[in-house]
Structures are given as structure tokens and as C-alpha cells.
Design a protein around this ligand. Structure first.
Ligand SMILES: Nc1ncnc2c1ncn2[C@@H]1O[C@H](COP(=O)(O)OP(=O)(O)OP(=O)(O)O)[C@@H](O)[C@H]1O
Length: 252
């Protein structure tokens, strides 16, 4: 089953081409890491795929009406502002909105989805706390939980682990693996190439608005690619315990 199809997706902003020629098909059970330097076009790709900015070309998600899109994909943007002075459980319940008709009250299924998301993001101790009074990293986990509660087949997350402590970075990547094991998929932009190499099933490398590599972490994260795209000399090594990625120095 295909959860997302992009064909020749492109974006022009203020007369400048910032994304072009993106072709991508995401099936079930994938953790697709979107990687690339600052300004490469990762956020633009996700927002264009969702139809949040007008793209050229085709995105299967951009065609959908808002409620149908909310059931097809959960979107976790990079900006993490929480505006509502509500408790954590209530905020996470907002993730169920695409499943509720206008005026419909949440039912047992919705509450179970919230409980699952709270457990998955290690937030049981925070469920009754006011969300705006949590630390930045705690708020980030609440927003991930809200996206998980949406129970969509596809999760698109823009730098979701930025600002999380190490254990919660790894924990979040493992939760994404749980989703993939359930047959869902995750598209996640990441700057930590070590975590990307270790936890993603596939990496899509974006550079200057173009896709320059698409494959397994070992196929894509070659020393040459890391040097050419990121300007960094790195050690990339397959070990019995997974891929090790160690950036060593800036090149050039
Ligand atoms: N509203 C806008 N108007 C004009 N240019 C924009 C706009 N938004 C983004 N851009 C440009 O598009 C390019 C891609 O930006 P994008 O945010 O997609 O990069 P990114 O890969 O997500 O970067 P980062 O890792 O820094 O978050 C950048 O050159 C950026 O300056």
C-alpha cells in the first residue's frame, strides 16, 4: 500500500526555485529520514507534500480535503508553540479532531488513543499538568504525543527530536519504529545523522532543493556523500550492532 506519492514536486518562493523534481513513494512500515543541510528544502518538501504551500507537480496528500488529510497524515511542524492553557491530556486529545464530526464528543476509542500516546511518550507523570508550564523538551514530547494520538497511517515530523534529551531522542526514534512495525510509516527530518543512520529504514537526502540520494542508510550515507553534501569528513561503519556514524571534521 502506498501512503504518499510525490511526482515532480517543486516549489518556487519569491521567484526562486527552492525545491524541484522530487519523486518519492512511501509505502507501509517505513521510517524515512529526510536529511540535508540547513536551507536544503526539507521543511519545504513536507509542507508542499501536505499542500500547506502550493507546489508544482503532484502530491497524493495535497489533493485531499482537510478532514480526510487529517486521517491520512499527522503533521508535526518544527514550530512548537503551545497556545492553550490546558492540561496535557486535553491537548493530546486535540489530535483526535479529524476523527470527530462537528460537535461529536470523544468516545472510548479516542480516550484509549490518548492513553496510548501518553504512555508511548513517557508522559504519564505530566498528564494533568498545564501544558504551557512544561519545559521545552517536555512540551515537544506532548506535541509528538498529540500527533501519535491522531492514529494516522503516516506521520510527518519536522525535526521532532531537536531539544530532547538523549534518552528521549532515542526513545522517540524507537516509538517511530513501533509505528513502522504496526504497518504505519514516518517521514522525519533530522539533523543527527547518527540517529538517522541507526533508526531510519531509508534516508532521502536533499541538497539545494533536489533529492540527491534515496536508499538504505548504508547505501546513502557514504563518506563521499557526507563530504559533498554536508561538508564534513565522517566515519561511517556497519557494525553487528548497527551503523556507527562519527563526524570528524569540516572539510574544505
Ligand atoms: N517564505 C519563504 N520565502 C522565501 N524563501 C523561503 C521561504 N521559506 C523558505 N524559504 C527558502 O527555501 C529554502 C529551503 O528552506 P527549508 O525551510 O525548506 O529548509 P530546511 O532544509 O528545512 O532547512 P533547516 O534544516 O534549516 O530547517 C531556504 O533557502 C529558505 O530560505
Amino acid at each position: 500500500m502506498t501512503l504518499l506519492t510525490l511526482r515532480e514536486l517543486g516549489v518556487t518562493r519569491r521567484g526562486r526555485t527552492v525545491l524541484q523534481g522530487i519523486n518519492l513513494r512511501v509505502g507501509t512500515g517505513e521510517i524515512v529520514g529526510l536529511i540535508g543541510p540547513n536551507g536544503a528544502g526539507k521543511t519545504t518538501l513536507m509542507r508542499a507534500a501536505l499542500g500547506l504551500i502550493p507546489p508544482t507537480g503532484h502530491s497524493s496528500l495535497a489533493q485531499l480535503a482537510p478532514r480526510a488529510r487529517g486521517r491520512a497524515v499527522a503533521w508535526l511542524p518544527q514550530a512548537r508553540e503551545i497556545a492553550w492553557q490546558v492540561d496535557v491530556a486535553t491537548l493530546i486529545l486535540l489530535g483526535r479532531t479529524p476523527h470527530l464530526a462537528t460537535g461529536q464528543k470523544p468516545n472510548a476509542t479516542d480516550r484509549a488513543a490518548v492513553d496510548r500516546a501518553i504512555a508511548r511518550m513517557d508522559l504519564s507523570a505530566f498528564r494533568d499538568r498545564t501544558a504551557t508550564r512544561l519545559s521545552g523538551g517536555e512540551q515537544a514530547r506532548v506535541l509528538i504525543a498529540r500527533a501519535l494520538a491522531q492514529d494516522a497511517p503516516l506521520l510527518m515530523a519536522d525535526e521532532p527530536i531537536a531539544g530532547l534529551d538523549l534518552a528521549h531522542q532515542i526513545g522517540t526514534m524507537k516509538r517511530f519504529a513501533d509505528l513502522a512495525a504496526e504497518g504505519r510509516s514516518v517521514i522525519v527530518s533530522l539533523h543527527d545523522l547518527g540517529l538517522a543512520a541507526r533508526h531510519c529504514t531509508r534516508l532521502v537526502v536533499i541538497d539545494k532543493g533536489r533529492m540527491v540520494a534515496d536508499g538504505t542508510p548504508l547505501e546513502t550515507l557514504t563518506q563521499t556523500l557526507v563530504r559533498d553534501v554536508f561538508g564534513v569528513d565522517a566515519l561511517v561503519q556497519a557494525t553487528p550492532d548497527g551503523i556507527l556514524f562519527q563526524p570528524r571534521d569540516i572539510v574544505g
